[in-house]
Design a protein around this ligand. Structure first.
Ligand code: ZN
Length: 149
């Protein structure tokens, strides 16, 4: 195993054993469910929005290691950010997994780049991007649920 894939595994496992912001948000202003029936990933994102800032975010649910690590990283990455910053990260992440040959903004991605390995596997892309779609829908004021199918 190469050093990079070893690091990738370690961080993925670490997010799975200790997911960040894995909790109920009692003062959430918006809540949304994301479902990937192909894999069985199902998460509820709860966000506290104040004007254009994501002041707090939490998630609950279950799924595979990739979806859980991606959701955990998402909450870390967008907490405290404005919604437009979150959209920029969404765009960079989306491009990284769907069009990895394009010019990607690495500064925006930070440790999310560890998930770039999914780009060759369409089924895994759905796992990685599930909560990102849910986040975008939630910010755009859509409550309810999103599905990858
Ligand atoms: Zn999955």
């Amino acid at each position: 195993m190469s050093d990079l894939s070893y690091l990738y595994q370690e961080i993925l496992l670490e997010h799975n054993s200790k997911p960040r912001n894995y909790r109920i948000l009692n003062d959430a202003t918006v809540s949304i469910e994301g479902h990937n029936p192909l894999c069985g990933d199902k998460y509820t994102l709860q966000i506290k929005l104040e004007k254009d800032t994501i002041v707090d975010i939490g998630f609950q649910g279950s799924g595979c290691a990739i979806s859980k690590a991606s959701t955990s990283m998402l909450t870390e990455r967008v907490k405290g950010k404005t919604t437009s910053e979150a959209f920029s990260v969404f765009d960079a992440f989306h491009m990284m997994v769907t069009e990895p040959d394009k010019d990607i903004d690495h500064d925006l991605l930070e440790d999310l780049e560890l998930l770039s390995g999914v780009s060759g596997y369409p089924a895994r892309i759905k796992c990685a991007i599930l909560s990102w779609h849910a986040l975008r829908e939630a910010i755009e004021g859509e409550s309810g649920s999103v599905s990858t199918e």
